[in-house]
Design a protein around this ligand. Sequence first.
Ligand code: GLC
Length: 532
Amino acid sequence: MLPMVGSTREWWRDAVVYQVYPRSFADSDGDGVGDLAGLTARLPYIASLGVDGMWITPFQPSPQIDQGYDVSDYCGVDPLFGTMHDFEQLLEAAHSMGLRVLMDIAPNHCSSEHPLFQAALEAGPGSAERDVFHFEDGPDGETPPNNWVSSFGDRSWTRAHPSSETDLQWYLHIFSPAQPDWNWRNPVVHDFFDEVLRFWFDKGVDGLRVDVAHGLFKTEGLPDAENPGAVVKGLRFNPHMTDQEELHDVYRRWRRIADEYTPTRVLAGEVNLDADRAARLVRADEMHQAFAYPFVKIPWDAEQWKSTAERLAEAHADVGAFPAWSIENHDVVRAVTRYGGGPTGLSRARAALLIVLGFPGAAYIYQGQELGLPEVDVPVDARVDPMWLKGGVSRDGTRVPLPWTTAQEGTFGFSSIDADASWLPTPPSWGEHSIEAQRTSDGSTMGFVARVLALRKNLRADGTLALDKSVRWQAKDDVLTVERGNRFLMVMAMGDHPAPLPAGELMIASGPSTADGLLPPDTAAWIRLRGR
Ligand code: GLC
């Protein structure tokens, strides 16, 4: 139960959610990998930031080939992270602090160690067990059933039994071979996931972040792709693996399950589609929200920010929804580094966060973003991301353990293990970014984020940021302005020149502002407008 939060309000619509990557949050048992008990012990830190809840990336049993996104038991806890009892304690502690808890669910694929996949391998061609996944014959033992390329860069098919002369079947995996795709055209899969949802909802989790929510179904007949290796906006894109019409019935069914609970359990989709297509997945009877995906890649450009945000907001408004804004997560280069690194990158990352926290809708903050952590150049031989191991980019640099203390001793307060022995090594400079260092430093990014969140909460409470207010977006002379209703205005100076500050009360700025009514480059501000 949540003593501090009303039960019927649609809390999620404009919530701020903190993304916890448990491997890298806090390690309580000294094995170099973060765990649930470590997270529970440090929940007061998350609560102190002033967020409404957290989303925890996968901690279910998994061979950990894709750091938990290869699930071998959807209703358990991997011993690496603790026990089910640890999870129950975490949930209770979070709720007692007024924090909602979202978990991750990966319905596109499971682990090749999952008992149902193992049974399918065992059962052989033509069996009911194989029909739970995509097993297909190839023309011969060497050539896969079609030309699809996986999101990790190599082919999407692996032979079930590579040395067998009688079983020439292949199975489909749009990520690594350790992640076989479920066959969503088989009703068994639907029933299976209904049970998974109910299991966690009954336990009291407040919602689920749905991994690869645009995936699941593949074009019937699995035809060859016209351009199998196509990369669109930095991501591999094959229309046969994505956005199939049948998806909507799955999310309608899930929404009905979510709505059996009070308050409704939230479904937040990782949806990598254009705005109009993404919005169709958050129609009133489907998922509650979808991440504003383009913002994890978007360059520092006022015109692009304006047009992309406006398009997303409008497409969502058409279906009565609001985007879940985020500029960082465990899959992308840290914003500080993406925006140029060093002091400039940090200023921009702070400005960008201030702006998205003022956009209409929910916002997600990835652990360490509140510290302004830069991307780490993880030594090549320490990298473990399967995407890197398959020849793609490495996502390890954004997943490095959180620095808690200024002194290195062990791993900067993350673990008692040496800093170069934690699951990803931390750089010697990590202590300057630590929570301890930022607690005592004036103007720290952490202090700034907490101030913004407190202000945002007040502005939600007094109606200034009410979601029904109209929004006006503008990009001019490298300056982005966003006006919500007639009392709230945001400005972000994205060029190499200062931006004039409109008349009104400067509520907060992401960096030092000038006395002469100008906002320096790479800075953003929230203004309270008067007399309108
Ligand atoms: C999602 C996850 C990512 C994972 C992939 C495959 O995109 O965020 O970390 O590798 O799905 O499950």
